[in-house]
Design a protein around this ligand. Structure first.
Ligand code: G4P
Length: 273
């Protein structure tokens, strides 16, 4: 299995992210709860400098709640950032996200006031890897308040701000964290959750890697003795030219089954000791 990365895209993505980061007081980093470590970016702390960060473990509906609690604790301890569990279906987590973003920005606002400036709303942006749910989070945060306040001086025209409440404004487009990972296991996990473009890999080896990772936990779902693409294809009767198991179609279905939560609620990263 090999997942291809394009260094040029990564450099460009980092540059664009940096430009946006300069505009905000606080960063809301969205991760996929199914891969709380693999959907993080090694360079993020360097990119952020001392900018405060709030971590969201999104797609919480697709993972085991008890396991996620342990991860929340672990990430709070290791990053020093507040961690909030979210899912696109509910909106009960919204007030906490808004309140925490405002609290994290307060030292910066206070520092500006100490320099003699008037109090202003804190400015936030959402960042994360592709498909982790950044746009869904932005939509949820801005749903209640559609007050577009337009471009600010010195800010490119496309950057629109939305006033969430008098104390918080949000950039209406997310910052995209590049999905570069040095190791292929992490890359595969990003492919499982669609954070990597389908052009970067072929489905068979990736689905095979997923089956290996899930092992016995999904045997029952596919009703096969031994978990192979061929066996799953045969059990579904996906055969081409009367004899060959259609492994490509099977691989695509397995990935879809996982992505839509039909195989169960799994966190694929291992919680460090
Ligand atoms: P992005 O901006 O980070 O790229 O992600 P986006 O919000 O576009 O979300 C990517 C996909 O993940 C969308 O599904 C979205 O509905 C889904 N999603 C976002 N948050 C959650 C969540 O908390 N739980 C679950 N189960 N799914 C979530 P899609 O199939 O691409 O589109 P659609 O289903 O919305 O039509």
């Amino acid at each position: 299995m090999h997942i291809h990365w394009y260094p040029g895209h990564i450099a460009k993505a980092e540059r664009q992210l940096k430009e946006k980061l300069n505009l905000v007081d606080v960063v809301i980093e969205v991760r996929d709860a199914r891969i709380p470590l693999s959907s993080s970016y090694a360079n993020i702390e360097k990119l952020l400098g001392d900018k405060p960060r709030l971590l969201l473990l999104n797609k919480a509906d697709l993972v085991d709640k008890q396991e996620l609690k342990k991860w929340t604790f672990y990430l709070k301890e290791t990053t020093g950032c507040p961690v909030i569990v979210t899912d696109a279906k509910g909106s009960k987590d919204l007030p906490l996200v808004i309140k925490t973003a405002i609290e994290l920005s307060e030292p910066k606002i206070q520092a500006l006031m100490a320099k003699g400036l008037l109090r202003r709303a804190a400015r936030a942006m959402v960042v994360g890897m592709p498909n982790v749910g950044k746009s869904s989070v932005i939509n949820k945060l801005t749903r209640s308040s559609k007050t577009k306040i337009g471009a600010k001086a010195g800010v490119t025209r496309q950057q629109q701000w939305v006033r969430i409440n008098p104390k918080l404004e949000l950039l209406d487009t997310p910052g995209i964290i590049p999905t570069k990972q040095d190791n292929q296991t992490q890359a595969a996990k990003l492919a499982f959750v669609s954070s990597v473009s389908e052009n970067a890999y072929s489905p068979e080896p990736v689905a095979k890697a997923l089956l290996e990772m899930l092992g016995d936990r999904v045997k029952e779902y596919y009703k096969v003795e031994e978990l192979t693409l061929e066996n799953v294809a045969i059990s579904r009767n996906w055969i081409i030219r009367g004899e060959t198991p259609d492994t490509e179609r099977t691989a695509k279905y397995i990935l879809k089954d996982f992505r839509e939560g039909r195989l169960g609620l799994f966190i694929l990263d291992e919680l460090p000791e």
